[in-house]
Ligand binder design. Sequence first.
Ligand code: ADP
Ligand code: UDP
Length: 237
Amino acid sequence: MQKKDMLYEGKAKKLYTTEDKQKMIMEFKDDATAFDGEKKASLQKKGKLNTEISMIFFELLEAENISTHYLEKLSDNEMLVEKMDIFPLEVVVRNIVAGSLAERTGLAEGTELEEEVIEFFYKSDELGDPLLNSEHIKLLELADKEELAEIRSKAREINNVLQQFLAEAGIDLVDFKLEFGRTDQEEIKLADEITPDTCRLWDVSTGKKLDKDRFRQEMGGVMAGYEEILKRIKKEK
Ligand code: ADP
Ligand code: UDP
């Protein structure tokens, strides 16, 4: 499948059209950003690592009958995906308190949640991706009631599959961000990526952070963390 026009360049990925209107090529860049793009860097091999990690997670979910936009891996840093109409929502699933949940609630980082917490953020750079509740989502017509219920239930299922798989690899799935879209046939599927850019992943025994927080918090060894994740999930595959 050949790349045609670049449809979109985001902070971490580029999207290209192909000769098939329903398929797109997603290219993972080495660029890393944090704090609304204020902190920027290029991390060698990030695109390649994220492509492979995302592919493993998408294939795992497909094997569990959870539909995703993933079609096939095309190269080190490119995958073919189904073109979707993306809901402008970042769906965050949390199992352990960290990041903005700790800031918003005062709960200590590392507190285990009895039941997962699902949050929705409005994908709007202009507004700074604010937290939304279901009434706001209805008000803004970002998804209807049935769609939102389906997104919630898929997010829970994905969490169950990933949490168990990662536990076997000695990794705690602290929290992660998902994006969903609609196909031409109005089917809701998981889109975008699942990578250490979009998940918090801690070593089960030491609590060591193996994800993008190493970049956000200037901890060093960012790519070593991503390599460690890949090595462990490849073994569990
Ligand atoms: P950002 O837009 O936040 O800078 P990225 O660099 O990750 O993020 O850009 C990828 C963009 O591609 C996101 O806006 C995402 O919603 C969109 N996207 C992901 N999967 C699909 C898909 N299957 N079809 C259409 N758009 C997609
Ligand atoms: N996340 C993401 N993209 C965003 C914001 C958050 O992938 O634009 C992920 C983040 O990596 C973490 C989870 O969503 O795994 C929850 O993030 P949080 O709300 O704590 O925000 P943060 O403090 O990381 O900005």
